[in-house]
Design a protein around this ligand. Structure first.
Ligand SMILES: *Cc1c(COP(=O)(O)O)cnc(C)c1O
Length: 497
């Protein structure tokens, strides 16, 4: 297995792709072929721990890593930082679905699933390729990736991590989680703009030869921890296999029965990992792409047209999905057009110039055979949280609620009786104010900050508030830099001076 660029550049090994992040032609790395798991191999996952399941899956996608390298990385990543032994537990939601909880790691969002492992994969990749410069990770975040990256790379020798977040575009708790980060190799900078501005700015820095030359003079080499890096995507494939093994174990499915996954989607990384699991042999039915009011993806899946010209950007209560340009969609396009790098490059150029593109009818047919889509507005998110808590006694955050509501719509519209899994991406306490307001109404949060809301939520529901949240108000703020969106490169240079 090699890694191809979605825009046609020469193939490289997985470790080289992880070290680079983005391909030199601006494309994203994708596997040239997929492992083929047999029914026996999938059934063999049932009695395994999460760590053993992770090895079984990762070893097939990362053939240039040694067994003891991978096992060591997995043990380090999915150890004491997680608050439950299952790492990614499956929880029943009434009798209509399961919830795959991906937020039991140190920063309470699903980004930990990948970003706890990525630093190991990156430093191992660096060693394999004789890289002795400091690996400098640049991240654009809509809220959750930033803290997860900072936490993953914190004081990892030979690495440095700089995070850009949209000023005013993340929750109070998200901001405090980032700006209170310690360590000697972390930087956090607010950008005056939205997430797309931050992401575009980071991509620009990556393709700027002068910036690369400056970093090289400083003994540093740039890499990415955003989900454009294959090292971010590959750990996410594991939990879909793990979820299926858990459904086999509890008798919800028999080997070979299909399962639908409904995924709250932003940059399209999480749902694409499910697609990769399916391509590797996991019995997956439909992948249901759930959007909030920024519903460009839901529209794309329905119509085959990706159009952001004249589309407003909404700030919602599920901010980690507030995105117009979904980076990982490029990987799906590459797959849909039969690995035609020139075609993908043309669509991406068109998106840049005209702010829209349309895929061919043939590509759209393949897309809708694999994916369904839906979206839910702000009132719908609140209603879903309240309803699921009241009727099913399951407490969800605002992102998970998008998936829960869209799965409900999908089942109503299609009558599909395939077992459904809601992919749960954040702890309800990470968005405590919005969750409390959804259950009790706006009077309940009036005059309260995020932390008072979390206290009230805990008292109301009898669920335990994570220490990562309750300790935040008393932690010292260590990062206060702010920059304009066209001055991000200079801000990085100033930060590492
Ligand atoms: C990042 C994130 C998402 C979106 O995931 P993508 O892989 O970007 O589609 C959804 N929910 C939460 C809580 C997130 O942090």
């Amino acid at each position: 297995m090699e890694m191809l660029s979605t825009r046609g550049a020469a193939a490289v090994t997985p470790s080289r792709a992880i070290l680079r992040g983005l391909a030199p032609d601006g494309g994203l790395y994708v596997p040239s072929e997929f492992p083929a798991f047999t029914a026996e191999e999938i059934a063999a996952l049932v009695p395994m721990s999460y760590q053993e399941r992770a090895y079984a899956v990762l070893s097939r996608f990362l053939p240039d890593f040694e067994e003891q390298e991978l096992r060591g990385a997995i043990a380090g990543a999915y150890g004491t930082g997680f608050d439950c032994e299952a790492v990614a537990p499956m929880v029943r939601v009434g009798d209509r679905a399961h919830s795959l909880e991906l937020w039991h790691g140190p920063t309470l969002a699903f980004k930990d699933m990948a970003l706890q492992l990525l630093p190991y994969l990156l430093t191992l990749s660096g060693k394999k390729h004789g890289e002795n410069r400091e690996v400098f990770i640049l991240v654009a975040t809509s809220g959750d990736t930033g803290k997860a990256a900072l936490e993953g790379f914190l004081d990892v020798p030979g690495t440095r991590c700089c995070v850009f977040y949209p000023d005013g575009g993340v929750s109070q708790a998200q901001r405090l989680q980032m700006v209170t980060t310690g360590g000697s190799n972390t930087h956090v900078i607010a950008v005056r703009g939205n997430f797309d501005d931050a992401q575009t700015g980071v991509k620009k820095i990556f393709s700027d030869p002068d910036f690369a030359a400056e970093m090289d003079r400083q003994g540093r080499v740039l890499s990415s921890a955003n989900s454009i890096n294959f090292g971010r995507l590959v750990p996410q494939i594991v939990y879909y296999f793990s979820a299926y093994a858990d459904l086999l174990a509890d008798g919800t499915v028999k080997m070979g029965d299909k399962v639908n996954f409904c995924v709250p989607t932003g940059n399209f990384g999480d749902i694409l990992a499910a697609d990769y699991a399916k391509k590797a042999g996991l019995p997956v039915g439909r992948l249901i792409c759930a959007s909030n009011e920024n519903n460009v993806l839901a529209d794309f899946i329905r119509t085959g047209e990706y159009d952001i010209s004249g589309r407003a950007f909404y700030k919602t209560i599920s901010p980690s999905m507030d995105i117009l340009i979904s980076s990982n969609l490029e990987r799906l396009l590459f797959d849909l057009c039969g690995c035609d790098g020139a075609k993908v490059a043309q669509l991406m150029a068109q998106l840049k110039e005209e702010r829209r593109y349309a895929i061919t009818e043939e590509m759209h047919k393949e897309l809708t055979a694999r994916y369904a889509a839906g979206y839910v507005d702000e009132a719908g998110i609140r209603e879903e949280i309240r309803r699921v808590w009241n009727e099913e006694h399951y407490l969800m955050d605002t992102h998970t609620a998008v998936a829960s509501a869209v799965l409900r719509q999908y089942v109503e519209e299609t009558g599909d009786t395939t077992p459904g899994v809601i992919v749960s991406t954040a702890s309800p306490y990470k968005f405590g104010a919005s969750v409390l307001e959804a259950i009790l109404g706006s009077e309940a949060v009036e005059g309260k900050d995020d932390f008072a809301c979390c206290d009230a939520l805990s008292a109301l529901t009898g669920t335990k508030q994570p220490a990562q949240i309750s300790s935040l108000p008393t932690m010292p703020v260590r990062h206060s830099a702010v920059c304009e969106r066209d001055a991000m490169a200079q801000a990085v240079i100033d930060a590492v001076k």
